[in-house]
Ligand binder design. Sequence first.
Ligand SMILES: *Cc1c(COP(=O)(O)O)cnc(C)c1O
Length: 397
Amino acid sequence: MIKQVSTQGFEPPAMGEPYLLTPGPLTTAYSVKQAMLRDWGSWDGDFRAMTAELRRRLLALTGDRKGEYDCVPLQGSGTYCVEAMLGSFVPKNGKALILANGAYGLRAAQTMQYLGRAHTLIDKGDYLPPRGDEVAAALDADPAITHVLVIHCETSSGILNPVAEIAAVVEARGRKLLVDSMSAFGAIDLDVGNIHYAAMVSSANKCIEGVPGFGFVIARKSELEAAKGNSHSISLDVHAQWAAMEKTGQWRFTPPTHVVAAFIEALKMHEAEGGVAGRGARYTRNRDVMVDGMRELGFETLLSDRWLSPIIVTFFCPAHGNFVFSRFYDLMKEKGFIIYPGKLTVVDSFRVGCIGRMDEHVMRRVVEAARQSLEEMGVDTAAPPAHAIAERAKLAA
Ligand SMILES: *Cc1c(COP(=O)(O)O)cnc(C)c1O
């Protein structure tokens, strides 16, 4: 049985549930869950008003003061929305440059393959960031490229990619930028005044702290208009979803009504916390408290501080012979914390998320739980193996 000590800040998860230190689904507030205790008719005016509020509130987070952008919610998980964005904005005779440094970038490339549309890939491996100069070189070398897709926070390593630097290069060369800001939007600035993207995607269960069930595309209205007829798919056609919503205020197919209700409550809480800046500040404190504490135990992060996102952090597994990740996972879970396995291909690692309904007091308890878990395993230092450190040195090179 999990014992939850109440925290100074937020209420703990209900009924002894563990905290989800994962990048979505994540720990949500009671009031977000409570918002789902009612049924809505999808056609009814009450729900149409909720859809309008959802779109308005999301647009308010973009920094769009000129009314140039619009928001199109879409059923499904984040991947559905990435596929919808690629299929709707990259025309059949277009070509996309996909910037990959982890699983989500590679998935976007795979999506282009499924779509049968022209694309080219810069694959930086597990975690090295794509940089402006190499994007510039790729665009100069291939005039057929019409669009560039960048992952804002690559959740598989937790790296915060240099989106502003890449956006500037893409714009200077007259190409269009698509952003997968799934795990960043709402906590990390993506102001359209600074980053002139054509379209971006995120989903309900990441930094806005809703429950899973839909995602949303935010795009320039001119791009939404131009996207007519591009899509390969009826359900993933962003133009058609947008046009129908503009006309009727409704989703084209059954919307996840309860998820939308929960999301509106989550958006209100996001606003009360101080919007993107407030949410980002809490996640940054969560990360700093957690990373400092873990480093004191001897753990080391994959990334140097410059590239660490406030979303999720990758740690090397300790070199100590007694350390077994699955046992560490179970011991952490017993103490009330669900951590996340790593996704690196060359070294053993695990990840700890900083997002969701929790604050620095919770993160201090995460570190204490890690300390106790190591002790129970008979691991007296969490220092990583030498080859992990050697791998990391590539980042500085
Ligand atoms: C979560 C996430 C996605 C979408 O994943 P789903 O499992 O389909 O929700 C896409 N890109 C990034 C960067 C993500 O973090």
